[in-house]
Design a protein. Sequence first.
Length: 261
Amino acid sequence: MTGLRYKARIVYDGTHFSGFQVQPDMRTVQGDLEKAVTKLAKGREVRVHGAGRTDAGVHAKGQIVHFDFPFEIDTDGLMIGMNSVTTSEITVLDVARVEDTFHARYLAKGKKYTYRVDNNQFRDPFLRYYSHYHRYPMNREKVEKALAQLVGAHDFTSFASTHSDKENKVRTLYQASVEVNDDTNEWIFTFVGNGFLYNMIRILMGTLLEVADGRREPEEIQNIIAAENREAAGMTLSSVGLCMEEVYYETKDIPGYNKEE
């Protein structure tokens, strides 16, 4: 459908969605958004395109979408309307008119994700949908050594699902870091890159937790990268804990990008 193109920034709790992308007979973020916008378009079908196809259970604080609306509408009114017809699991933070050439996915220059780990001895029930539970003691110094080896351009074949459809698995990580929230005992891992392969962060995290609790040494990261073999890396962690934080459309806005220049 042709029409006026709009860009929106979306936040959602992915717990009860089967991911972002529309799937038959399943509830998805894209599906709910399309129903909402189509209703506002007086029944004229509207297709919503996202910057990233988050998996089931993955959350977003900065997902970007675009869609072509059949008639001109005030952006504030459109935002209010979308929020009035979506469930409380999805909130539209802002809406803007953009050029017809804008594409939420294809024009993205970088993305930022976080992965949270609940490292309490006993699972915190208030974190169960937002942090992966790992009760074993974790060594921050070793984790930071491992993270440092991930920064830069690498072939991440070892950290990609065997179901990945991307032939070129070279990606650049501009930032790979961790902070610890002493109040909640959560470890918040941050990854900023020019792109991510299918399950890449969840496999990175499965490997990093093995480093954290002593099952691997930090120096093994280089060998895992060099192996270019999925079996060399750790397990794929659950989607719980993963959140899309931000999408960048200008390289100058990407944290750590200048370090690569």
